[in-house]
Design a protein around this ligand. Structure first.
Ligand SMILES: [Cu+2]
Length: 378
């Protein structure tokens, strides 16, 4: 497949093929460069401005992995959408609150030292006030205090991405933070080191594709008969939902907004030989991503690229309120399950996805030596 069509397929073709997922990282690794750039106070009016159109997860907008030393102002715009969604194949509904209509919200990618300039829009058709707390930002409750918007308003916040890593952002209105978060209002921002990712020895790492997975614990109230209740408005669902939340027992644990959002026809795609970056966020509750039949070749378990990645993991841990990142180069074709390895949360409550990998099978890595048959004498 040509690179252009591949990028389109993975949702990275929006910038006319210029800012693409690069092959081998271009810039020479210079570990000191990123933090140095980030510590300089720049005349923002003189910096280059880049406007980025966000794309819905699991895809991530087109971006370079390694860039030069001069920071940019990266402009994003997100619109809060309050809407009723279906969260499983039984038709169970939830009054969701979302950034840009998706759960998780879109992943933003910038480089360390860049300035993030987000315009947050709360349309008049919404009912609730909203805001945004960036775990990547410094001050004012991560920006939450400076971004409170009522329906019919918009606000613009700028912050310097002074540290690298994958970070959660989430809505945090005073008094109802937990409710907004478990109703869908979280996402991730990835702040790449300017020189790109590095392994534990400081050697450059690159990825061919990147996917973003947001895990959500959901708390859907039931009626006296044990059936899930359906509400006309978010406000009507509030009291019952908080009651279920207080049990700390989710009724659903899902990736990307619903049971099956990343399985079957919605499976993530890859090819043998490709390196895939998986960003996994959970804004509220601990989780433990695992790729059945594969591994994490390099894993930033706590998601922060200034720390050397761990090598060759079977399962990794993402504490509630954070995002982790894992790189894996696929070696065998087939359908892989990517899940939360609390198997009750994945198989019974929904926290599972698929990765469909095309390519040639490697008998050296695995072979069925003899097909199942009658038991023979040893
Ligand atoms: Cu909100």
């Amino acid at each position: 497949m040509e690179r252009r069509s591949f990028l389109m397929q993975v949702g990275m073709g929006t910038l006319a093929g210029s800012a693409v997922i690069a092959g081998p990282v271009l810039a020479k690794a210079n570990p000191a460069a990123s933090s140095k750039v980030a510590s300089v106070v720049h005349d923002i009016s003189k910096l280059q401005r880049v406007k980025v159109d966000l794309v819905a997860p699991p895809m991530i907008h087109a971006h370079e992995q390694a860039v030069g030393s001069m920071p940019s102002v990266i402009e994003f715009r997100m619109t809060v959408q309050e809407k009723k969604i279906v969260i499983d194949d039984k038709g169970t509904t939830m009054q969701a609150m979302t950034f840009d209509g998706s759960m998780p919200g879109p992943t933003m990618v910038v480089h360390q030292g860049d300035y993030v300039e987000l315009t947050l829009v709360n349309p008049a058709t919404n009912v609730m006030p909203h805001n945004i707390d960036f775990h990547a930002a410094t001050g004012a409750l991560g920006g939450a205090k400076l971004t409170n918007v009522n329906p019919g308003e918009q606000v613009t916040l700028r912050f310097k991405a002074d540290r690298s890593g994958v970070f959660v952002y989430h809505c945090a209105p005073e008094g109802t933070v937990a409710w907004h978060v478990v109703s869908g209002m979280s996402g991730t921002i990835m702040v790449l080191p300017r020189e790109g990712l590095k392994d534990a020895q400081g050697k450059p790492l690159h990825y061919d594709r990147a996917y973003t997975i947001g895990e959500f614990d959901l708390y859907i109230p039931k009626d006296e008969k044990g059936n899930y209740k359906n509400y006309d408005t978010a406000a009507a669902s509030y009291a019952d939902t908080v009651e279920v939340m207080q049990t700390l027992t989710p009724t659903h644990v899902v990736f990307n907004g619903k049971v099956g959002a990343l399985t079957g026809e919605n499976a993530l795609q890859a090819k043998v030989g490709e390196t895939v970056l998986f960003i996994h966020s959970q804004a509220n509750r601990d989780t433990r991503p695992h790729l059945i039949g594969g591994h994490g070749d390099w894993v930033w378990e706590l998601g922060k690229f200034d720390n050397p990645p761990l090598k060759g993991l079977e399962t990794w841990f993402v504490p509630g309120g954070s995002a982790g990142a894992a790189l894996y180069t696929f070696k065998q074709p087939g359908i892989y399950a990517y899940l939360n390895h609390n198997l009750i949360e994945s198989f019974l409550l929904g926290a599972a996805g698929h990765v469909k990998v095309e390519g040639k099978w490697n008998d050296d890595l695995m072979k069925q030596v003899k097909a199942p048959g009658p038991i023979a004498k040893a």
